[in-house]
Design a protein around this ligand. Structure first.
Ligand code: ADP
Ligand code: ASP
Ligand code: MG
Length: 362
């Protein structure tokens, strides 16, 4: 059994939702589908919260524009979805935030949940008419129990397993990423970009043997492809290598995504929704054998992940390029350098060259 997770850009409009539908339809083993809010919606919900504090009209105006964008997707897909209840809920939340005059984290989580709830409503309506398999839309808050750390909630794994949905043959469950609930029934969220983690947690609870994270790039790359057109997509890496890269700032996967996968030993693939025929990156217990595998850039820090890395060798390499790091620290499979702002671009290029020269990407 496989679980497919589609990120915000993969469900951003009607064309993207149609593409998602054809990907789901082509895989009879795909039994659970987790989706994010449509691209930018979570940011817009944050704006709505901010405006609610001192300008309710502006907050309402922003919500109407978010809503309109979703209604347009429905129209383009030829489906009708009623957003009346959700819209009332959003307007009530803006009032409550306004009265409190602060972005109360518990209310923010309730507001955040709107993004994934409306994207799943739309995709569900389209899937009902577009594919022959039975599709059941489920509220992930029936199963994804967390603690009460609003906006950064931690899953209660045993409880999630106990509440797993029964899944019958030929059925697809469609549900929301990012959101969860406390034991008392309040809505929580796992942290921005947390839908990847929802996916692996649900896969763990339902005994899936593979998760595919469908996104807007072809896999995990040696460097964020937005930072370099030379970035190469990795064919394989281990759970630990991918988790380290994510924890050092590579946005492609949420930091905790690989925890359930490593524990249960299921495969995680990262693939492109727009180019589904490409193999993508396979993440498993088998490490990528390259000396230098990938790098991440976060603020003034550049981190490199690899195997048996030596601080001295990397420091000397940078010194040869006339770059002296401000500080160096390392973990078992990574080394991080702090770099002065004016040397940052050249340090990124040189470290990336080093990775590409040594990469065995088979
Ligand atoms: P989604 O909406 O599908 O969750 P994200 O925006 O969260 O997508 O993650 C995909 C983005 O991650 C890519 O567009 C890319 O710019 C960025 N990214 C950062 N580091 C890497 C990396 N090493 N490999 C691939 N993508 C990366
Ligand atoms: N929609 C949420 C966010 O934008 C979660 C996610 O996309 O993973 O942070
Ligand atoms: Mg993401």
């Amino acid at each position: 059994m496989k679980l497919y997770k589609f990120g915000g850009s993969s469900v951003k409009d009607a064309t993207a939702m149609r593409k998602v539908t054809s990907i789901i339809e082509e895989e009879p083993e795909c039994s659970i589908v987790v989706i994010s809010a449509t691209k930018n919606t979570t940011n817009e919900l944050e704006l709505i919260a901010k405006y609610s504090l001192n300008n309710l009209d502006r907050a309402r105006h922003q919500w109407l524009s978010t809503l309109k964008r979703h209604q347009q997707i429905c129209e383009d897909l030829g489906v009708y979805v009623s957003f009346e209840h959700i819209s009332d809920e959003v307007l009530e939340l803006t009032q409550s935030l306004n009265c409190l005059n602060e972005i109360e984290p518990k209310l923010m989580d309730q507001l955040y949940s709107v993004g994934e709830r409306i994207s799943t409503l739309i995709l569900n309506s389209y899937l009902q008419k577009a594919i022959t398999r039975k599709v059941s839309l489920k509220d992930v808050r029936e199963v994804l129990f967390t603690d009460e750390q609003w906006s950064f909630a931690c899953p209660i794994v045993e409880r999630i397993k106990d509440c797993a949905w029964p899944i019958t043959n030929n059925e697809i469950i469609l549900t929301q990423g990012f959101i969860g609930r406390t034991v008392d029934g309040a809505t929580t969220t796992l942290g921005r970009e947390g839908s990847d983690f929802s996916a692996t947690l649900l896969a763990q609870a339902h005994g899936c043997n593979e998760v595919c994270i469908w996104t807007d790039v072809e896999g995990v790359a040696t460097l964020d492809p937005r930072l370099s057109s030379e970035a190469q997509f990795l064919s394989t890496m281990s759970y630990d290598q991918a988790a380290t890269l994510a924890s050092l700032g590579a946005k492609v996967l949420f930091k905790r995504t690989l925890e359930p996968a490593k524990k249960e030993g299921f495969l995680v693939r990262v693939k492109s929704t727009m180019k589904p025929d490409l193999a993508g990156t396979v993440i498993s217990s088998i490490p990528n054998e390259s000396k230098y595998i990938a790098m991440a850039v976060e603020g003034s820090f550049i981190s490199i992940i690899g195997r048996e890395l030596s601080q001295d060798i990397l420091k000397n390499y940078l010194l040869e390029k006339e770059i002296s790091p401000l500080s160096i620290s390392s973990t078992e499979n990574s080394i991080s350098f702090e770099i002065a702002k004016q040397k940052m671009n050249s340090a990124v290029d040189h470290i990336h060259d080093l990775i590409l020269t040594n990469l065995h990407n088979v």
